[in-house]
Design a protein around this ligand. Structure first.
Ligand SMILES: *Cc1c(COP(=O)(O)O)cnc(C)c1O
Length: 228
């Protein structure tokens, strides 16, 4: 079995190939759920650009062990309202903001801490009802809301598209995300910049990169398939 470091090399090589000559940096965020502090440290030593956790409790436990030392921390899972205070100010980027209410709570907490919290807006790009994320049509409303939040910096967009369909691909969804990203790059909302387009996981990151991702979130291809 390949080591974590070897897997990361492979992922980097696949990203480079998917760029097919495009001159764009792609940040590799390790999705570290269900991997213990030692395995997280191994990934950091091998040079990932960030670590993303899904669950607040799991993040807090590993953070207390210093698992992420030296590496940017991202929160990538669904953030419940009552957990906002545990995450704001403790992570570098909250990737999964998907409501005006969540924006308001993050703003409140960041203001109390005297910080500016970087976030991404999560888009439900395939319109799956059970998934987190706002509909693409709601984006301008949410960015307008963010413009009134001086303790929030929206840094871009994120999506978790459907599980790659048999024989199909998520490329149309990634292309739609890219379009939203570009369309909103030119607009001048306060507290909003389009720096990061976070899309692509183990089964579809090369398509995501080919369609313009500059941040991918990879779990299984780095750590092996998770055993639930
Ligand atoms: C688990 C997870 C990933 C990575 O999933 P893999 O398919 O294992 O690469 C990426 N993003 C989010 C939000 C996740 O929960």
């Amino acid at each position: 079995m390949a080591t974590i470091a070897e897997n990361i090399q492979t992922v980097r090589a696949n990203i480079a190939a998917a760029l097919s000559g495009a001159d764009r940096a792609v940040l590799l965020v390790a999705a570290t759920k269900m991997n213990d502090a030692d395995r997280v440290r191994e990934a950091i030593a091998a040079g990932v650009d960030g670590c993303g956790e899904n669950r607040v409790q799991e993040f807090l436990e590993k953070d207390a062990l210093g698992a992420y030392d030296g590496c940017p921390k991202h929160f990538i899972g669904h953030l419940q309202r009552n957990k906002v205070s545990k995450i704001v100010g403790r992570v570098d980027l909250i990737q999964s903001v998907d409501s005006a209410e969540l924006l308001r709570l993050i703003e409140q907490r960041a203001a109390a801490l005297g910080i500016v919290q970087d976030i991404l807006i999560e888009i439900s790009v395939a319109g799956e009802a059970q998934k987190s994320g706002i509909a693409p049509e709601e984006l301008s409303t949410l960015l307008s809301a963010a413009a009134t939040c001086p303790h929030i910096a929206v840094r871009g967009l994120m999506c978790v598209p459907p599980i790659v369909p048999e024989g199909g691909s998520n490329r149309p969804y990634f292309a739609l995300m890219r379009q939203l990203f570009v369309d909103n790059s030119g607009k001048k909302y306060d507290n909003v910049s389009m720096d990061f387009l976070s899309m692509g996981m183990t089964d579809d990151y090369t398509d995501a990169v080919a369609e313009g991702a500059n941040m991918v979130r990879i779990g299984s291809a780095i750590f092996g398939r998770r055993q639930y």
